[in-house]
Write a protein that binds this ligand. Structure first.
Ligand SMILES: C=CC1=C(C)c2cc3[nH]c(cc4nc(cc5[nH]c(cc1n2)c(C)c5CCC(=O)O)C(CCC(=O)O)=C4C)c(C)c3C=C
Ligand SMILES: [Fe+2]
Ligand SMILES: [Fe+2]
Length: 333
């Protein structure tokens, strides 16, 4: 066996989720997440007292309750983890191996299974080459760079390091736009009503992170533009918005809640919402969009509301993940 025939590891990566929907687990998860300087890039001396003094004493209670409502109690895990695991299992079943076998698994940036534990596990199986595939279509330092930080921190401990590749953002990749368009078209056709407006809602980001050079907003806008072109929808038919604002600082807008309220009060009765930036359904889509935003729309005069699913492990979603995986593996297998 030459070194080119040794196994290659492939980890698909998503953000993460608490181990359980209770206050202690959510506090542990949020402490890890929100102390990452890529996520909250304020000076530590300013942020850590706020985080430990205020945020971690208030937010976990509220979030634990929200996680409880979406939890997959039968298997004891949150939806983001279930879906990411299924994506990895289905990707493994596709048989990506070439001259070199490919071992597929998944890791979560916060919570478990962690990136360092999964890199260790792949190395224990003989992988000297590892591809990390962050399932974040639009680049943000708080997501993509944070994955790279964790991967390089993991190998920093080692004398004999594996070779690492980290997948690129894919916000304008035809395979991504095609997967979204196919999924949206199929899901709209299955509704029992025709929405007047569809909102493409992306996770928000503090405006200050954009000002410091994050291309995230431009990436979201380009995804939105390409999706509109592919679906033949004008800006007023497929609206752009940003959700999940956290803390008092200014985040990028328009905020999803404001767009929904504006639409309802201007007489729109039938609305659909899709979250193209999330590759797996999670708290932010199932609960924030599916419950809070739905309630807001109906309360302000809307009559019909549908939340479309993320790509998840659907046929379209898996075709996309397979395309990305093959691209990032090329030359190694
Ligand atoms: C300063 C805070 C945050 C930044 C910056 C941020 C960026 C960011 N997040 C995602 C994707 C997800 N975020 C999720 C949950 C979530 N996000 C924040 C804060 C920031 N995110 C918080 C506090 C939470 C926790 C939930 C809560 O307490 O309300 C999730 C869902 C996780 C789940 O378990 O279901 C995802 C996914 C992206 C893509 C992004 C930057 C572009
Ligand atoms: Fe987030
Ligand atoms: Fe949220």
């Amino acid at each position: 066996m030459t070194s080119l025939e040794t196994p290659v590891g492939l980890l698909i990566i998503n953000l993460g989720t608490p181990d359980a929907p209770d206050v202690a687990s959510v506090r542990r998860y949020l402490a890890q997440f929100l102390s990452d300087p890529r996520v909250v890039d304020l000076p530590r001396l300013l942020w850590l007292p706020i985080l430990y003094g205020i945020v971690l004493n208030t937010r976990p209670k509220k979030s634990a309750h929200a996680y409880e409502t979406i939890w997959n109690h039968d298997i004891g895990e949150g939806p983001l983890k279930t879906i990411t695991r299924l994506q990895a299992e289905k990707l493994a079943a596709l048989g990506l191996s070439g001259k070199a076998p490919v071992i597929v698994d998944y890791a979560l940036r916060y919570g478990a299974p962690s990136i360092d534990a999964q890199i260790d596990a792949l190395m224990a199986k003989g992988c000297a080459r590892i591809v990390l595939l962050p399932l974040y279509p639009q680049y943000a330092a708080s997501t993509n760079a944070s994955v790279a930080d964790a991967a390089f921190a993991a190998v920093k401990r080692l004398r004999r390091q594996p070779a690492l590749r980290i997948g690129a953002p894919y916000y304008d990749d035809p395979a991504y736009i095609e997967a979204l368009a196919a999924r949206i078209t199929r899901d709209l056709a299955a509704l029992d009503f025709e929405p007047e407006v569809i909102i493409a809602s992306f996770h928000g980001l503090p405006q200050a992170q954009i000002d410091r050079g994050d291309p995230y907003r431009a990436h979201c806008e380009e995804t939105w533009r390409l999706l509109r072109a592919r679906l033949g929808m004008e800006e007023e038919k497929l609206r752009l918005s940003f959700q999940s604002r956290f803390g008092p600082a200014k985040w990028i807008g328009p905020y999803t809640s404001e767009v929904v309220e504006e639409l309802a009060t201007s007489g729109v009765k039938r609305l659909a919402i899709v979250a193209p930036g999330f590759s797996a359904d999670c708290l932010e889509t199932i609960e924030e969009l599916g419950v809070q935003i739905r309630d807001l729309f109906l309360q302000k005069g809307g009559e019909k509301f549908a939340r479309l699913s993320c790509l998840n492990d659907s046929e379209e979603g898996m075709a996309l993940v397979a395309t990305l995986a093959k691209r990032e593996l090329s030359g190694w297998i």
